[in-house]
Design a protein around this ligand. Structure first.
Ligand SMILES: Cc1cc2nc3c(=O)[nH]c(=O)nc-3n(C[C@H](O)[C@H](O)[C@H](O)COP(=O)(O)OP(=O)(O)OC[C@H]3O[C@@H](n4cnc5c(N)ncnc54)[C@H](O)[C@@H]3O)c2cc1C
Length: 391
């Protein structure tokens, strides 16, 4: 099939990474084609929070205003355990459904972005030009191919990229809506609630607003097929209270008001094997444990590095060989953010479930530090319960 379109960059995948990259590259005056089979990103359970550093990057990309109509603003997060608030963090954070985030960014794409509703079926890579074949047989030619296909491995497999599996079934995540029982409201913006012991296999539970809903994300280090994981999907409230029995004493009685979504997280990254003509970004490059809250930081840093440091320089001279694309794998800022995400994933796992003396002592120290930092708020637990009983 003959080439139908010639452009600077073809991006496969219009999830968060691909959509933000297309938006930012187009703002830099680079010609971009963005390929995804679906016009609307479907509802699915992925990142549901924007942290302060991520909001800063969205602002720098000129996208925060597009997200505002969909967010729930968090100004204060309570860190709590048992029946006590350990500390109160004052910060900037937002709750948002992942598909609302991606679709808002897609709607904000400049008209110059060539959006194609199709799957990328094949890519022929070379040191100068890349040919990208779509499912309808159309062929696009570009200087650079950017793979932003998320955790799916089929295209990267076809391109011969290998994944280094850091830990299969590293963690599991559950997402559901909750409401305070009766006509009441929860007496906080957001809460991170930690279990009483490492034997529970629970990382933490976080409650935060998305629009008018209170959303719960629960992170655990268990198998998705064990009895408790099955129970929380079918009978969430009793299963939750079985492992977090003092939660209700702190936040008041509540109901689970939606179906429970679940996700299994494998931790991997692409092996350092640069290919001429292409780079992987976002989850196509490295996955993330959601306990760390670093997925969007990774995605947005990838876009920043690509659109500001790499693409303009690479396109300004002929060729796209591994001398150029290899820089992607060695970029210091990208490496630092990716590495921090992996280290945080390992730390969160150990601090949650490692039963060795060293980690038990460390946990005790962390809780003491939190209590010390938060001692002025120490009366808050009783106030929380009284307020939730009143409302
Ligand atoms: C349960 C869960 C909770 C999370 N919570 C958080 C959190 O609280 N904070 C945080 O920062 N991060 C979190 N993350 C991580 C974050 O969601 C991801 O890092 C981020 O969504 C990755 O975006 P992406 O664009 O790389 O992938 P995706 O959003 O998966 O996008 C991939 C796109 O590629 C398209 N595609 C695939 N194959 C092809 C093809 N052949 N041709 C064309 N298109 C194709 C798909 O249709 C899709 O649109 C969480 C992840 C999970 C699973």
């Amino acid at each position: 099939m003959a080439v139908t379109t010639t452009t600077d960059i073809v991006i496969a995948g219009a999830g968060l990474a691909g959509s933000v990259a297309a938006h930012e590259l187009a703002r830099q005056g680079i010609r971009v084609a963005l390929i995804d089979s679906r016009a609307e990103y479907p509802a699915c359970f992925k990142a549901e929070k924007i942290e302060a550093d991520q909001a800063d990057l969205f602002r720098e990309f000129g996208l925060m205003d597009a997200l505002q109509p969909h967010v729930g603003r968090v100004r204060e997060v309570l860190d709590a355990r048992g029946t006590r608030v350990l500390q109160v963090l004052r910060l900037e954070q937002y709750g948002i459904a992942y598909h609302d985030m991606v679709n808002a960014i897609r709607r904000a794409l400049p008209p110059a972005v060539d959006v194609r509703l199709m799957r990328v079926e094949g890519v022929s890579l070379g040191p100068d030009r890349q040919q990208v074949t779509l499912a309808d047989g159309a062929v696009l030619e570009a200087r650079l191919f950017v793979m932003a296909c998320g955790t799916g491995a089929s295209l990267s497999g076809r391109l011969g990229l290998k994944r280094e599996m850091i830990r299969r079934e590293h963690s599991i995540a559950f997402g559901f809506d909750v409401a305070a029982s009766g006509a009441g409201r929860f007496p906080f913006d957001s809460i991170s609630y930690y279990p009483d012991g490492w034997q529970t296999g629970i990382g933490y539970l976080t409650l935060f607003p998305i629009g008018t809903r209170m959303r719960a994300n629960l992170f655990a280090y268990r198998s998705l097929t064990d009895d408790w994981s099955r129970a929380i999907v079918h009978e969430p409230k009793p299963a939750l209270l079985r492992l977090l029995p003092r939660l209700r004493s702190l936040i008041g009685d509540f109901e689970v008001t939606s179906k429970v979504e679940s996700a299994r997280i494998d931790l991997y990254r692409i092996e350092n094997q640069p290919r001429a003509g292409m780079i992987p970004i976002g989850d196509s490059y490295q996955s993330v444990c959601p306990t760390t809250g670093t997925g969007l930081s990774k995605v947005l840093t990838d876009v920043h590095v690509l659109a500001r440091d790499c693409a303009p320089a690479w396109l300004s001279t002929p060729g796209m060989d591994v001398d150029k694309t290899g820089l992607w794998y060695r970029h210091p800022r990208k490496n630092e953010v990716d590495e921090r995400s992996l280290q945080k994933a390992e730390y969160r796992r150990r601090v949650s479930i490692d039963g060795s003396l060293r980690w038990r002592l460390h946990r005790a120290k962390v809780h003491l530090q939190m209590s010390w930092a938060g001692w002025p708020e120490s009366g808050r637990a009783t106030r929380l319960t009284r307020r939730s009983e009143r409302t």
